[in-house]
Ligand binder design. Sequence first.
Ligand code: NAD
Length: 415
Amino acid sequence: MIDRFNTAADILDLSEPVRQKLQRPEKQILVNFSITLDNGTEQNFEGYRVIHSTVLGPSKGGIRYDNGVHLEEVKALAGWMTWKSAVTGIPFGGAKGGIICDPRQLSKTELEKITRAYTKALVDTFGPEKDVPAPDMGTGPDEMGWLMDEFSLLHGKPIHAVVTGKHLHAGGSLGRVEATGRGVSIITLLALRKFGLDAVNTTVAIQGFGNVGLHSALFLYDHDLKITAVSDVSVALYNPEGINIPELILYYNLNNKSISGYPKATVISHSELLTLNVDVLIPAAKEDVITAENAEAINASIIVEGANGPVSSDADTILKDKKILVVPDILANAGGVTVSYFEWLQNSLSESWKIEQVNNRLEEILEKSFAEVFSAAAHYNVSPRIAAYVIAIRKVVEVQAVKESIVNSKNYKQN
Ligand code: NAD
């Protein structure tokens, strides 16, 4: 994140103090809490919340439940949220949170206790006008509902807008669950169109079959692209004729949310999936999966970053030399934060939008952002990634300057 930030900051000729301010989070919070597990023993958990920026609005960002969560990762993810909202013009700042735990080893009751304890520990940080969490890896509508409920209990009244990505009955928005995958698909189709490629029968490999990967696969399948490979943490599957995604989703739902054992595809290795000869590769699982070590072996023409940070900065140069187009995460997976913003707006205005309204506005915002990023890339002769950072950083710097000038003028008047 910092490497890319600095490249964009050089283009914008940012001063050192401004860089320092934007690189560092506004706030980093570490919390510790214990819950009683189902077997009666006490277990302690460590969690984080990092507020990177509140310049453009309340900070916004997901909460991750994973054994690999650590502060540096949360800091980078919080920064990405700032740039993602800025590049799409969403009036939010950036934040991220996480708890070190393996959600697959915890029961629903334990997950609820963890979520409520984390919320209690951060009750002064969260708030509709302060910091608004959302789901990320390992969390979903259940966790968001528990968070909202605990926060509301602690305030003695329902406060739906404190969190997004909730179930519909808890004040969620239509279209939020699938929003990130829908956005990844919209961006993939725009990228194909930009390069004069026909979407029909375009081959796609997708790493990760969770919220982002599954919905990306389904939308692209519905647009007649051929999904030849998918993976989850347990297995990678390949079928050169294309995988029937609705059928795979049925299998996955009946198979404890795993694609392992699906009979109509061959098992390949996880690393092989990334280097398949496909038109589009969508890493939609986690960060740093395409690095200097495997970038040379990538065969896709286009990489659309469904996950946050799946391509490391040292891999960027190798992919550029290989003329592989990388559509950056802060644009490609911004569908989630965009519909989160719609959910927050609906909660704040006590409205419920129709699905068409959600989807049409999402498409409009992503099309506009895509056009702006590619036009800036041509203007500055840089990659779409650096162009996206330039747009985002410029917005934050400009708004920050206006805020500071208002504060200075007030001070001047008071003096
Ligand atoms: P998820 O937990 O729903 O799914 C993650 C998927 O990745 C699972 O299928 C898991 O089995 C798989 N996986 C994990 N490690 C893997 C590996 N080594 N190889 C192959 N598959 C692996 O998470 P998600 O919400 O889909 O998030 C995925 C990524 O997208 C994360 O980087 C997240 O930050 C990013 N993201 C999510 C959203 C959202 O709205 N959920 C929005 C923007 C970005």
